[in-house]
Design a protein around this ligand. Sequence first.
Ligand code: IMP
Length: 418
Amino acid sequence: MGLFWGDEGKAKAIDVLGEDASIVARYQGGANAGHTVHLGDEKYIFHQIPSGLLRENVSGVLGAGMVLDLPELVSEIYSLKKRGIDATSRILISPRAHLVTPLHKRIESIYEKLLGIGTTLRGIGPTYADKYTRLGIRLGELIYQKDINNKAQQLINTHRPIFEAAGETPPTSDEILGPLLETLPIISELVGDVSLFLTEAIHSGKSVLIEGAQGSMLDIDWGTYPFVTSSSTAFSGIASGLGIDPRLVSEVIGLVKAFTTRVGNGPLPTELFGEEVERLRGSGEHDWDEFGSTTGRPRRCGWLDGSVLATNCQRWGVDKLFVTKMDVLDGIENIKICNAYKKDGKVLCAYPSTAAMLDEIEPVYEELSGWSGRVSEASKFDELPENAKYYIKRIEQLAGCPVGWVSTGPHRKDTIIR
Ligand code: IMP
């Protein structure tokens, strides 16, 4: 799982770790995620399908905690098929997952004008909201089709005032259901009990990799609310999202990018501006530059936030870290790490609980010397430049757990396993 605001490089990690996995499972989020994997000269971006499916022997699970955009899911399946990867026999989707409809995407556009969260406009927040008010439509209900028209009408009636206040006409029930029903010939073949499937797989000794989406700081409860996504992105989402005993999880792997980024609005205490941010973000000419893979928006960038790192490692019991994008720091003369937050001259013990409090803190930085060589030239940890090794060591000290992997480039082979 990502320990920051998403985009930590989870897909690369899943691709590397997937070598030993039989199943890769997603527990939350939906098409707001953009997980990029570079394989040879090819680039794959996954939104809803677990990225581990690139490996032929891996099955993918889409859990009950996800909100699914079915037409997008079908086009993701088709575009993989066109590239020679047939995922249909290897996907299992929970009938309990809620469905994003065209109504939800339109409501999100209206809310965005009011709230300015900077969401991905994939209908995520309004779909989760309807799940909790119990107005939502689950995949199983769409397949069963009993009362489905009434449910769509109920959605329209309840949300009509929002459309009217915005001077818009709500969608019709055909506009809501039509695109979803069209996907059923493909989707209904892929539905099953993910809880049973995963529990049996784990008990029979299979290795299951659980893939988080977004990051712990975007968690609906523990993130920088209200500038968060609407699901439980952190470890806490696993049990409810997949229907498994969380004590079966043997190892929690936290993803840390060598510097910190976020897309959308909200606090980013170590944010940089001007030339410094451009150095970290890149120009956009490379696939791996810091531009959103779902929305194309430039990401905000800053120095590594050790306060977020320490908080999330402790809070979620992270066992090991996977550090990504070390190569981006190559050649920077002086690198900073934030090792604490101060308010009114005092170091804070607990992570601030409100966005307003985060506006008032001051990050405390330590400065480390950079390195002149290229980290990508090292295939073993010992071969890294001394100062790069020290940087990793500081990450471990702040996190309180070891770094197991260091990614030094976009490809599978650019990974140092310790
Ligand atoms: P939503 O998930 O579309 O509702 O967006 C809420 C916030 O989460 C916005 O700041 C988004 O930019 C951010 N967000 C959502 N998904 C991702 C992701 O996969 N990576 C990074 N940020 C994300």
